[in-house]
Design a binder for this molecule. Structure first.
Ligand SMILES: [Zn+2]
Ligand SMILES: [Zn+2]
Length: 208
């Protein structure tokens, strides 16, 4: 595997492992929100960009929600969707009446960003700063853990990643037990600690 250098992504990851969820999810979400803002703002009048968005034939449900939330760029959204709607309407006038369905353009961007962050994690797995942040984190979500495993250079590396993820899941399991225990009226007066948001972290981590 070609080793990417320690760039901004490396330091972003070190910081993002402090979030109460998957660091890769957090960074990709941040990047995609910026990307949507740029695509429908600065670049919506750039012909190649607009063509790429229109040729995709639309966006998946998840990214449509992200675009819908892009309130500052509603004009750009209207312009791109005008082209999309025109293209779809004219295709429905053709004999096959089939709608174009390519991969959602933002799904493709998301996959590239995910792979790039995961390659940074694997390339610098033993860097003390990243290792400390990763071990102290709540782990990767199942989707990113699986992707990381596929990108490991060999079985020994996969085993290390697996062992670390098991540690993260064990920690989550202990937090869930503690959270459930404190819901019992006999212990309800005890202060909540690290386990206070474990149910939310569980939903964030156990996702494909
Ligand atoms: Zn994730
Ligand atoms: Zn998508």
């Amino acid at each position: 595997m070609r080793q990417p250098g320690k760039g901004k992504a490396f330091f972003d990851l070190c910081d993002a492992f402090a979030v109460r969820g998957c660091a890769v999810c957090a960074l990709v979400e941040r990047d995609l929100t910026r990307q949507v803002d740029l695509l429908f703002g600065e670049f919506c009048n750039d012909p190649p960009t607009r063509r790429r968005l229109v040729e995709g034939g639309g966006f998946c449900e998840r990214h449509s929600r992200l675009i819908e939330g892009c309130l500052g760029q509603c004009l750009g959204v209207a312009l791109v969707y005008h082209d999309l709607v025109c293209s779809l309407a004219s295709r429905l006038g053709q004999p096959t009446m089939r709608l174009p369905r390519q991969e959602c353009p933002l799904c493709a961007d998301q996959r590239r960003a995910e792979d790039s962050y995961l390659d940074q994690v694997l390339a610098h797995y033993d860097a003390p700063q990243l290792q400390a942040a990763y071990v102290g984190s709540f782990g990767l979500c199942l989707a990113h853990y699986e992707r990381a495993l596929h990108r490991c250079p060999d079985g020994a590396f996969r085993h290390r990643v697996q062992s670390q993820q098991r540690e993260h899941l064990r920690r989550l399991e202990r937090d869930l037990v503690e959270f459930i225990r404190k819901q019992d009226y006999r212990f309800a007066k005890e202060d909540h600690g690290e386990e206070r948001d474990c149910w939310r972290r569980a939903v964030r981590l156990v996702r494909w």
